[in-house]
Design a protein around this ligand. Structure first.
Ligand code: HEM
Length: 119
């Protein structure tokens, strides 16, 4: 459906980058390490959410999902620490749709910095 998940204010995004981002680097990008950006990864795609420090940085409502791939959290709409991981293989069909919708939501708001290393 055209227009779904569009931000209220237009967002000027950079062309997506295709860097390979290590899990070690990603882990530093949770807002608690000075000099590092804040990243959230969904299904391996890494988004730069640094401009939403209040939300994703330390003490923010969704700080649990930053500095990692938290696909399971987003698919299940869960803020339980045990769900904050990248394995989405056990999600139901509707949770998978929720996860894909979050990917779309982030793609319309945040710059893509690359993908997480798979090894
Ligand atoms: C009582 C439950 C919840 C309430 C009242 C709530 C409320 C909200 C509100 C008001 C927004 C802002 C929407 C906007 O910018 O237009 C938001 C965004 C968001 N919510 Fe929730 N939420 C809840 C639960 C959750 C849960 C369980 C998750 C799972 C991870 C979640 C993830 C998110 C994310 C990722 C955003 C997008 C933030 C952004 O980057 O703009 N929320 N929520």
């Amino acid at each position: 459906m055209a227009g779904r998940f569009e931000p209220k204010e237009p967002v000027q995004l950079d062309p997506p980058k295709d860097e390979i981002i290590t899990k070690e680097y990603l882990a530093k990008c949770d807002g608690s390490h000075e000099g590092y950006p804040i990243y959230v990864a969904i299904k391996g795609t890494v988004f730069d959410v640094t401009n939403k420090r209040d939300t994703y940085g330390p003490g923010g409502s969704y700080s649990l999902v930053s500095g990692k791939d938290a696909s399971c959290s987003l698919g299940k709409m869960s803020l339980k620490p045990e769900d904050a991981h990248s394995d989405y293989s056990a999600l139901s069909e509707s949770e998978m749709e929720t996860l894909n919708n979050w990917h779309t939501f982030f793609s319309k708001r945040y710059n893509i910095m690359g993908t997480i290393e798979t090894a």
